[in-house]
Design a protein around this ligand. Structure first.
Ligand SMILES: *Cc1c(COP(=O)(O)O)cnc(C)c1O
Length: 351
């Protein structure tokens, strides 16, 4: 028996989530965003499963991620690299048949000079993060069209707030851009953008977090957790009223309690900000984290699950009970950060 924490990646759920998003917009192609090692769950395994399910288009952030996903997928799939090319990357783009997303005038100049093959153009329609200025379609449309882009895209800043006025403003600006490239497929929506209605879908959607079971999907979209994270109990013991728990003695027991210490910590990616806040589930029963999360250990109150509290028993910290977004909120963060933060010490299993 190993005490190492375990992430069970549910590839069948990830495929089902992709299909659920795909069904929202039958007229659009549904891509898969697998950057940051498939949101921490394993880009190769996730891409392979989605490709076999019919997904034809993948997005990564870095060229190195693209090279790795290309090795898994073979030549038939399109892989876009969101952060685009740096000088010196040309050979990797060519050899791995990667499609850069050009997001700055420097990148447009670089690709115009040295690039070979297809590219995508990313316009900033109001997020002020990354993308070409929309005014370029007035000043440089011919030069941009000479690059023969295979996709024009933009990214929504507030898609998770459906009533935010920036959504409509970005939609209007992006529609003008898409109309300037009438023969080029267009893409605007991330996961949350897929829930904003058909106008946002254009030709291609780019869900990421939804594939892994995250983001608060509306009621009619049923997503399943992409991962179950569990860790084993190392020790079960009784602590007395008045005792404190963990570093800094930040939790004081008001009555006698049955506690258990679990082999999981911030070195595995459980944020320390979840001290005195996260909940583990033992046999489905909630067991609150008491005291500070330390590097390798978390102490929980197992009073509600005493029969199951045995050395070696597995406590769920993400999964069907410990919902990603709920757990993230307890730690003051997002599902995105929890998933991508799972460290290499967590052993991945694929089912
Ligand atoms: C990360 C990313 C996505 C996916 O976003 P989710 O919110 O995870 O669906 C889509 N497009 C761009 C440009 C991104 O950077």
């Amino acid at each position: 028996m190993s005490f190492r924490p375990r992430a069970t990646v549910h590839l069948s759920h990830i495929v089902a989530n992709w299909q659920a998003i795909d069904q929202l917009h039958p007229g659009a192609t549904t891509a898969a965003v697998v950057k940051a090692n498939g949101y921490g769950l394993g880009a190769a395994r996730v891409s392979d499963a989605l490709s076999k399910a019919g997904c034809s288009t993948f997005f990564v952030a870095h060229v190195e991620e693209g090279v790795m996903v290309r090795r898994t997928l073979g030549q038939a799939r399109r892989i876009f690299v969101l952060n685009g090319p740096a000088a010196g990357d040309m050979r990797s783009y060519r050899e791995a048949s990667l499609t850069p997303v050009l997001s700055s005038e420097d990148q447009v100049a670089l690709w115009t000079r040295e690039g070979r093959g297809p590219c995508a153009l990313h316009f900033d329609t109001g997020m002020n993060r990354l993308g070409l200025p929309p005014a370029m379609i007035e000043t440089h449309l011919d030069a941009l069209k000479k690059l023969q882009p295979v996709l024009v895209m933009s990214h929504l800043a507030c898609a998770d707030e459906p009533d935010h006025p920036l959504n409509q403003a970005q939609l209007d600006r992006f529609t003008r851009i898409a109309n300037a490239f009438p023969d080029t497929p267009a893409s605007l929506a991330n996961s949350a953008g897929c829930y904003l209605g058909g106008a946002y879908a254009f030709d291609l959607t780019r869900p990421g977090i939804a594939l892994y079971g995250g983001s608060d999907a509306p009621g009619h979209v049923a997503l399943s957790p992409g991962v179950t994270l569990d860790a084993r109990i190392l020790s079960v013991f009784r602590a007395r009223a008045g005792d404190t728990v963990g570093y800094g003695a930040t939790h004081r027991l008001e009555e006698d309690r049955m506690l258990a210490t679990v082999a999981l910590g911030y070195a595995d990616g459980m944020p320390r900000a979840g001290s005195n806040a996260l909940i583990g589930y033992l046999d489905g029963a909630p067991c609150p984290v008491l005291g500070r999360i330390s590097m390798d250990l978390i102490t929980i109150d197992v009073s509600k699950a005493q029969a199951a509290a045995k050395t070696g028993a597995r406590v769920e910290f993400l999964g069907p009970h410990a919902k990603l977004e709920d757990q993230a909120a307890r730690a003051g963060t997002l599902g995105y950060e929890l998933l991508t933060g799972l460290s290499n010490r967590v052993e991945r299993f694929y089912v």
